[in-house]
Design a protein around this ligand. Structure first.
Ligand code: M6R
Length: 603
């Protein structure tokens, strides 16, 4: 939520900042702005709306300067407006600040500053930062002291960049609970909320820990929580620039759907090979630990939680250990029963989801072992967890998660197989699933190749206002994910229901012509779901069935047969495409749906 970018170097900053913002736009897109240091003055340009809108008001010929900061906003405090857009400044224009996070005590600070005679222009929490810096600067006449005193006063989460004519050639940086990376390129130093925004310029990144800060000029100086100088080593990230291009696709979402076979292959590379035990480099659990395990929690939000539901089925089937899947925002506030015999797994594509991180901290406090599954190297969740298993889906830019989901499902099933092998149980099922995971990228290619069929179906659904998705077991989990995809990008209301639960209420909503997606990939419960589909059909519903079974229904999308534990990886693909094509038909911005942001760093 909110993206920030900064540059200090030898080249003109504006175009670099705008380019970085465009890559970060998935983090928020209701207003945007930049600030440059120009002839010892701060110049700010900002506006409501998307970055394309900001770009229109940028006069590149006059916006000269090699130091700048920029921001794309997802509103938390104050409506989307020019006044509330970042960067924010103090009234003497000594400090310009961009901020990602929430300053929890901003009202208290604001009231104190107003009493001291300072004034505010916006409704944001962020504006207290430059004003507080100015307050301390007036007191101590020292910018660094002002910066440090300000940081000490802030409660909440932040990644902050500050420029000031009082400290030319410099950006001040601080991080606590919000993501921030610093990259050293050939022509300068780049700072951003995440790696893709600056991968074009460098592969060497520095990661600040919470509470750390830095002074960035032509060199880098890092400080710990107590403002003592510290050394930091850079880490090399081997992502290619291609990974953040649309590569000829109309939208990132479409590109990412197509990248799914590769994402799964990369995620499982080195982990799964047939006739070999599953292995994770640098990570192992021993048999007695697993034998004494009483309970596993899988905690996540949104699509990542749906991947967790598939993981639950796999772990329970293979390892016979009870698993509870919980939404992180509920888990963290309900005093869950956790102790040393509990394993807690946290799934987060971004690794920055505030509720998931808070849930992880809670599990730690209560003594559980914690494992993170994340797609982003060195993200906050990976630094909090005892162990991290990475999905290697590559950067996922569309707000609607696709390739991250199938990679999470693949990885958690691999983890379930791993545990069953350590426990020495479920050998033949483990082998079948290993073979299935190896075969899946090819089978996914087959499902993807029927894109035109999904487009035709989507055209029929464009004017619908309510859709239903039903299934049992993992098919219900696919239904949930399919329904979420539709809602978030097409704005069509939809419900996902366990097929057997329909007649306990929701069937009342089925009317003549209502479209119902049925998902049947488990032969053991195929007939049961089919009967439920007959029930809605006899009430006038139109059925669209996604199945790997030989079933006769008017509209069928056939997918290859595979063990139902991993069938979500195939069955979700037509539903992703259908949601995508409906949104396109409606002329919507598929990659940046309204009200959403890719990374939900506020609770
Ligand atoms: O980065 P995370 O995996 O923690 O994000 C969790 C959810 O916010 C995310 O999956 C969200 O539901 C997606 N927009 C769904 O497509």
């Amino acid at each position: 939520m909110c993206g920030i970018v900064g540059y200090v170097g030898k080249k003109e900053a504006v175009s670099k900042l705008v380019k970085g913002l465009k890559t970060l736009e998935y983090r928020g897109y209701d207003s945007a702005g930049i600030a440059l240091l120009q002839s010892e003055k701060i110049v700010v340009v900002k506006d409501k709306g998307r970055i394309a809108n900001l770009e229109k008001s940028l006069d590149y010929n006059n916006l000269k300067g090699t130091i700048g900061i920029a921001h794309t906003r997802w509103a938390t405090h104050g409506v989307p407006s020019k006044e509330n857009a970042h960067p924010h400044m103090d009234q003497n224009k000594h400090f310009a600040v961009v901020h990602n996070g929430i300053i929890e005590n901003y009202l208290e600070l604001k009231n104190q500053l107003i009493k001291e005679g300072f004034s505010f222009q916006s409704e944001t929490d962020t504006e207290v930062i430059p004003v507080l810096m100015e307050y301390y600067y007036q007191k101590y006449q020292d910018v660094m002291q002002a910066f440090q005193c300000t940081l000490k006063d802030l409660r909440g989460s932040y990644a902050i960049l500050v420029i000031s004519p009082l400290l030319p050639n410099t950006i001040l940086v601080a991080k606590k609970g919000s993501p921030l990376v610093i990259g050293k390129g050939n022509d300068g130093i780049y700072i951003a909320s995440d790696i893709p925004a600056i991968i074009e310029y460098t592969k060497d990144f520095y990661f600040l820990e919470d509470g750390e800060s830095a002074i960035i000029s032509d060199s880098l100086t890092f400080y710990n929580h107590d403002f003592q100088k510290i050394d930091k080593n850079s880490k090399t990230i081997e992502w290619e620039i291609d990974a953040i291009d649309k590569n000829g696709f109309d939208d990132y979402m479409l590109k990412e759907i197509h990248e799914q076979p590769e994402a799964l292959k990369n995620t499982l590379n080195g982990i799964i090979s047939f006739n070999q035990p599953v292995q994770f480099v640098g990570f192992a659990l021993n048999k007695s630990y697993l034998e004494n395990l009483k309970h596993i929690y899988i905690v996540a939000c949104g699509t990542a939680m749906h991947a967790g539901l598939v993981g639950k089925l796999a772990i329970e089937k293979l390892c016979r250990i009870p698993v509870t899947v919980e939404v992180a925002s509920e888990f963290r506030y309900r005093d869950p029963i956790i102790d040393q015999s509990t394993l807690c797994i946290f799934i987060s594509q971004s690794g920055e989801t505030a509720d998931t991180i808070a849930a992880l901290k809670l599990a730690h406090e209560k003594g559980a072992k914690t494992i993170a599954i994340s797609n982003v190297f060195e993200s906050s969740i990976t630094r909090e967890a005892d162990h991290t298993l990475y999905t290697h889906a590559g950067p996922e830019i569309a707000v609607a998660s696709t390739k991250a989901y199938i990679s999470q499902v693949g990885l958690i099933v691999a983890f379930a197989i791993y545990m069953s092998e350590v426990l020495e149980i479920s050998v033949s099922l483990s082998n079948e699933l290993k073979k299935g995971l190896i075969d899946l990228p090819n089978l996914m290619g087959i499902v993807i190749s029927h894109e035109d069929q999904y487009k035709k179906i989507a055209k029929k659904l464009v004017n619908e206002t309510d859709l239903f998705y039903i299934g049992r077991g993992n098919d219900y989990h696919i239904a949930m994910e399919g329904s979420l995809k539709l809602k978030e990008i097409s704005y069509i209301h939809s419900e996902a229901y366990p097929a057997g639960e329909l007649k306990h209420g929701p069937i009342a909503l089925i009317d003549k012509g209502t479209f119902v997606f049925g998902i049947i990939t488990d032969p053991n419960i195929a007939e049961k779901t089919l009967s439920n589909l007959e029930e809605v059909k006899s009430r006038g519903a139109n059925i669209i069935l996604i199945t790997n079974q030989n079933l006769k229904v008017e509209h069928v999308i056939n997918i290859p047969n595979i063990n139902p534990i991993i069938s979500p990886i195939l069955a979700i693909i037509p539903l992703q495409f259908i949601a995508y094509f409906i949104a396109k038909e409606k002329g919507l911005d598929v990659d940046k749906p309204r009200n959403l942001a890719k990374s939900v760093t506020v609770e």
